[in-house]
Design a protein around this ligand. Structure first.
Ligand code: AMP
Length: 211
């Protein structure tokens, strides 16, 4: 199954992608994770991408499309995959189509803007396994430490209020049109995430996946 997860930053795409990955045994392809990895390695591409990410702006389409098209050629993609954070612009969606990728399902997770800001500014991520926590809503058992792998928890550099507000604006302008784009192919299903726990959202997602 080839799935796209749409939704504003902080809507829960990463969390749901990880749950779907376990359920269906298909890999998650997160462009945000791949770009952060390139930045951490200090590659020229990673450092350039890091500048856009720090401002809450999108990395150029050509860069992201290049990374994704390489990733999709890997053998583990054959059974299907979950695209998390890609496509984010109409140009990216068209490039994906031109790669010959037929998408089975587009899940659009919808969450109110105020809740998004609250979620992202309190979000903590495990630097080792990527698990997510929240200072108020999902407190780890031991402060600063991941419950599942013991890794250290960090706040993402772009999870501060000013950058979050810019990311939301960019989402509205450049990514929201994709809901209509994929709607034309009849493949979009909406999930309400406002005020919902990750487990409640996943129950709805499972229903839509027919699992
Ligand atoms: P995410 O982890 O999905 O929230 O992405 C973090 C940041 O990475 C975004 O704010 C963008 O700067 C960049 N990014 C991730 N995916 C894309 C994409 N598909 N197109 C352009 N920029 C992206």
């Amino acid at each position: 199954m080839k799935i796209i997860l749409l939704g504003a930053p902080g809507a829960g795409k990463g969390t749901q992608a990880r749950k779907i990955m376990e359920l269906l045994s298909i890999p998650q392809v997160s462009t945000g994770d791949m770009l952060r990895e390139a930045k951490a390695k200090g590659t020229a591409l990673g450092l350039e991408a890091g500048r856009s990410m720090a401002k809450g702006e999108l990395v150029p389409d050509a860069v992201v499309v290049g990374i994704v098209s390489e990733r999709l050629k890997a053998p583990d993609m054959a059974k299907g995959f979950i695209l998390d954070g890609f496509p984010r612009t109409l140009a990216q969606a068209k490039a994906l189509h031109e790669m010959g990728v037929a998408i089975d399902l587009v899940l659009n997770i919808v969450v109110d803007a105020d809740e998004i800001v609250e979620r992202l500014t309190g979000r903590l991520t495990c630097g080792k396994c990527g698990a997510m926590y929240h200072r108020t809503f999902m407190v780890p058992k031991k402060e600063g430490t991941c419950d599942s792998c013991g890794g250290g928890l960090v706040q993402r550099a772009d999870d501060n209020e000013a950058t979050v507000r810019n990311r939301l604006e960019v989402y509205k302008q450049q990514t929201m049109p994709l809901v209509e784009y994929y709607g034309r192919f009849g493949s979009v299903k909406e999930v309400n995430g406002t005020g919902k726990t990750p487990e409640a959202v996943f129950n709805a997602v499972k229903g839509l996946l027919g699992s």
